[in-house]
Design a protein around this ligand. Structure first.
Ligand code: ATP
Ligand code: MG
Length: 327
């Protein structure tokens, strides 16, 4: 591969939402011409919290289909399923033993947030960042495009790679990351102080990409807003309105200041009504493409790509095993 390599992924752990699209997939689409992109359906990450096997199987196909419908071009980019390449889990184990300390993982915000929802969380949830590091390092990734919530994990990836290189000699490329500034963090519609999340307790938290467009419009009209009546970007005092303004701006390709001017002197109702229409149109267009892609098409792409990546991952894991004295 002569172009620089991008790696990113999304868990098939629930309904993909506008946060995943605006914070991740939308930026991937624009990167395909300049980089060799590898986009993964990270199913081994999804099982760090309990999943229903039947639903999980469907979600794996659904996520890949969403990548395609959103504009990821299978002729340019490599879309694949994480568990099809067993070197991801092999490398995670090696990094667990060779580079990772308990204290690294105890500090992870995502772990703390997700563990708090369970009585006795699994070891996999704790170890999640190491598997993510393995995903990235296995392909000599140059750049990881992410939402703000993943910065800590990519920082850890860099640390683990450096530690390994220091101990065993140059093996891993140290990846950079790129956070999309606006839309880096789309917040929950029901609680704009927490990020929009697939694993949220209430479906009023998010707009799923597969939501019925009319239902999604209702969610926008019902979204939490703040006291006062001004439509103004002010994250500290008006997180609800600021979140809706961000979604408006990104979906309608319009500057926030322009939207503020348009709604000067108007109330929340009118603003939300217009955004509801924008969201409805976006989903209707997106879903037209989504429902036109067959499961068989998706399965063929996943299979072909795992054969392609197998060669790369096998070469890399062999090099790594040689370094640590296994082989
Ligand atoms: P889960 O709640 O199961 O962790 P998630 O909604 O956080 O799900 P992930 O699969 O963990 O989704 O993340 C996939 C990608 O989407 C990552 O790049 C992440 O940064 C991005 N992302 C997730 N939530 C948001 C959000 N609210 N705003 C912007 N980007 C987001
Ligand atoms: Mg997440």
């Amino acid at each position: 591969m002569s172009q620089k390599i991008i790696f990113s992924g999304i868990q098939p752990s629930g309904n993909l939402h506008l946060g995943n699209y605006l914070g991740a997939i939308k930026q991937w689409v624009g990167m395909q011409n300049d980089y060799q992109c590898i986009f993964c359906v990270v199913d081994y990450h999804a099982i760090t919290v309990p999943q229903d096997p039947k639903v999980l199987r469907e979600k794996i196909i659904e996520v890949a289909k969403i990548y395609l419908a959103a504009g990821i071009d299978p002729k340019k980019s490599i879309i694949f399923q994480q568990s099809a390449i067993k070197e991801h889990t092999e490398l995670a184990w090696i990094l667990n033993c060779a580079s990772t300390r308990m204290s690294d993982l105890e500090n992870m915000t995502q772990y703390k947030e997700k563990a708090a929802k369970q009585e006795n969380p699994g070891v996999g949830l704790f170890d999640y960042p190491v598997l993510m590091a393995a995903d990235i390092l296995l392909y000599d990734t140059d750049l990881v495009p992410i939402g703000e919530d993943q910065i800590q994990h990519v920082e850890l990836t860099r640390d683990l790679a450096k530690r390994f290189n220091n101990q065993y000699g140059q093996t891993f490329k140290i990846p950079e990351y790129k956070v999309r500034q606006e839309g880096a963090r789309i917040m929950g519609l029901d609680d704009p102080t927490k990020k929009m999340s697939k694993s949220a307790a209430s479906e009023n938290n998010y707009i799923a990409l597969t939501d019925d467009p009319d239902k999604a419009a209702k969610k926008i009209r019902r979204a939490a807003t703040d006291s006062g009546s001004e439509i103004k970007l002010d994250w500290e005092n008006k997180p609800g309105v600021s979140n809706l303004l961000t979604i408006y701006s990104l979906l309608n390709n319009q500057e926030i200041s322009e939207i503020e001017a348009e709604f000067a002197g108007k109330g929340y109702g009118e603003f939300k009504g217009k955004l509801a229409e924008i969201v409805k149109k976006f989903l209707t267009d997106f879903q037209k493409k989504y429902y036109n892609i067959s499961n068989q098409q998706v399965q063929n792409i996943l299979k072909k790509n795992s054969q392609k990546l197998k060669k790369l991952s096998l070469a890399k894991i062999t090099e790594i095993k040689n370094k640590i004295g296994i082989n």
